[in-house]
Design a protein around this ligand. Sequence first.
Ligand SMILES: [Zn+2]
Length: 289
Amino acid sequence: MKNDYMIKFGVSGNSNSFYEDGFSSTIDAAKWCKSKGLDLYEYSFGRGIKMRDQTAVEIGNEFKLYNIEMSVHAPYYINFANSDPQKIQNSLMYVINSLEKAKFLQAPRVVFHTASQGKMSREEAFNLTKLNIMLLMEKIAEKGYTDFILCPETMGKVGQIGTVEEIIEICNMAPYFYPCVDFGHINARERGILNTKKDYQLIIDKLLDNLPSQKVKYMHIHFSKIEYGERGEIRHLTFEDKKYGPEFEPLAEVLYKNTLQPHILSESDGTQAEDAMEMKKIYMKMLSK
Ligand SMILES: [Zn+2]
């Protein structure tokens, strides 16, 4: 493959097939992912950070050995639009502790959800989010974590902070903020806007017009089909779904056309590995045309 078009594909967490193959611990996922032809693995601390440092070092070494690049997902409880100072301290710690574990895992990227709107107006919630993200930037500098890439994510529920525009604004606050563009979330939040190449290109153009090109070229992508309703995201689906979408094929063409080299993680419900392999297959097939 021409280097200009290299895209890495991988899984968020362990898929059902990993367990069906008789494995239960993440340290075995490195070799397993390699055997599937995958390049990336995202470890989720979504429900809390419970991993011991020593375990993180061992897992990190194993993934290094198999050349599978790790990333970390910070806890879901982060909310930088909270007016309670104690809750803000907690949110800061969730990100900082994720970065610390990422260091032991040798994971260069940490993905995080920024905030929920709650009962505030959108403007009030977003301004508070940015104010507290400035506190986060101070903490990151203090701890010497500025070499990591931190990826604020576009979100699927209407009540969450994380439209494409909001994520662009946050990414412009520091050189180490790169977007985590979750196309399933965008499609769910806007109830089915991603259908054609043109639809995807509009999102890419918005990013390219407003961010340094490196941040778009090497952005983080979450991709899965997601069921949605009036308030946006309801649940993650698998590639078996034919109703909600979005479809990966048009995105593959748009990524190629714009010579983007993102990290793409499948967040399918249980079929992450199969769906990541499917995306890689679609992309490679398109390259060979
Ligand atoms: Zn996420």
